[in-house]
Design a protein around this ligand. Structure first.
Ligand SMILES: Cc1cc2nc3c(=O)[nH]c(=O)nc-3n(C[C@H](O)[C@H](O)[C@H](O)COP(=O)(O)OP(=O)(O)OC[C@H]3O[C@@H](n4cnc5c(N)ncnc54)[C@H](O)[C@@H]3O)c2cc1C
Length: 339
């Protein structure tokens, strides 16, 4: 019998450090335990919250239902060929320790994704990405528990419809599945990606003469630690907004009025704008009202200095969206899941 606790504070379970209460709370370490908790219930999207590390959610209210914390662990090599190893990890494994495991074993492909908080199980949810690499680049398959059929289904790469911070699980399958494991297809021979951001510069200042996945990961860790707030000290969920993609014609127009506009080429002839730059231009960087604020070193990150409510952070995000839209005619989309 898996205990279901009543009225549990979710403050320790979300990196924003928002104090909200779950009417019911249970954690599970296996599919059987998940099945046992759910036996006899028929949870709907509205009264169930699947939780990993809580690093990509903003709690704006109490959860008037059941919060299920995924703690399915275990990492194993399930197959190998000449060029790849296939590593299956339980959804409840923490992401960064999983990256460290890959580094120790010389499995390449996730080194640029070092230090991202959260769980393995959430990594496909928004196709996590950083420094030029996304999970889709190393994804093989995942297993997920269907909450209504109570069956396990397998999703291959093409089934997940990964996009920029997107997957099928954020949209048509939202709330229908609990991801229980993910299998990654990692490389035996690394293909280094140091072109993005300040990686090369950091490698130079580290005095690196010969590239390795270990020193790339270290460079990423150094950069991230210097730029992003430690959520254990200042609550946050990383980038609060996605970088918006706009039509080329719109970009050309904006570039005339704002010559310093920061943008990159995106698929389908679009341009991706740096949301942080847009927010900064609207004067939000370093803004603080009460305990809700916009991080002084990176405008894309909204922060809770201690006692902010989810609604205060949400309201700030709304003001930012409005002012960026007013100045640039660009609508920012939230990356963080609003609960
Ligand atoms: C400081 C900081 C830096 C960050 N940097 C990055 C970055 O560089 N790149 C990036 O992509 N993200 C980044 N993030 C965001 C976040 O870490 C990732 O999105 C991470 O994958 C979220 O994992 P989680 O386990 O914490 O998910 P949670 O926040 O627990 O959940 C996120 C969503 O996924 C659902 N979910 C979680 N687990 C499961 C499951 N097993 N089955 C079904 N649904 C599930 C939840 O219901 C929720 O909707 C950052 C966050 C922080 C705090």
């Amino acid at each position: 019998m898996i205990p279901i606790q009543g009225n549990v504070s979710l403050k320790p379970y979300n990196t924003f450090g928002i104090n909200a209460t779950a009417k019911q709370f249970a954690s599970f370490q296996s599919v059987d335990e998940l099945r046992a908790i759910l036996s006899g219930t028929n949870p709907s999207v509205s009264n169930l919250l699947i939780l990993g590390g809580g690093s990509n959610i903003l709690l704006t209210k109490d959860v008037n239902g059941l919060v299920l914390k995924n703690e399915i662990c275990g990492i194993e090599k399930v197959a190998e060929d000449e060029t790849h190893v296939y590593i299956k990890a339980g959804a409840g494994e923490s992401w960064h320790p999983f990256v460290l495991y890959c580094l120790e074993n010389n499995y390449a492909g996730v080194e640029n994704l070092a230090l991202i908080p959260g769980s393995v199980g959430a990594s496909p949810m928004q196709n996590i990405g950083a420094y030029g690499v996304e999970i889709k680049d190393v994804f093989h398959s995942l297993e997920a528990f269907h909450l209504h059929d109570k069956t396990i289904q397998t999703f291959l790469l093409e089934d997940c419809r990964f996009g920029y911070r997107e997957s099928v699980f954020k949209h048509q399958y939202k709330g229908r599945f609990v991801i229980t494991s993910v299998t990654y297809k990692l490389f035996k021979n690394p293909m280094y990606n140091t072109s993005y951001g300040a990686i090369q510069q950091e490698l130079d200042s580290m005095g690196v003469k010969e590239l390795s996945i270990q020193n790339i990961a270290q460079a990423v860790i150094n950069i991230r630690s210097s730029k992003l707030p430690d959520w254990k000290v200042v609550g946050n969920a990383g980038s609060f907004f996605k970088n918006p993609e706009i039509e080329k014609a719109h970009y050309e127009d904006l570039k005339k009025s704002f010559p310093a506009l920061v943008a990159f080429s995106a698929p389908n002839e679009k341009m991706k704008l740096a949301a942080g730059w847009l927010i900064e231009q609207c004067g939000w960087k370093g803004y603080r009202k009460g305990d809700a604020g916009c991080y002084p070193k990176q405008a894309l990150v909204l922060v809770n200095y201690g006692g902010a409510t989810g609604n205060e952070i949400y309201k700030l995000s709304e003001q930012i969206i409005q002012s960026v839209n007013g100045k640039f005619g660009v609508l920012l989309e939230r990356e963080v899941n609003i609960i």
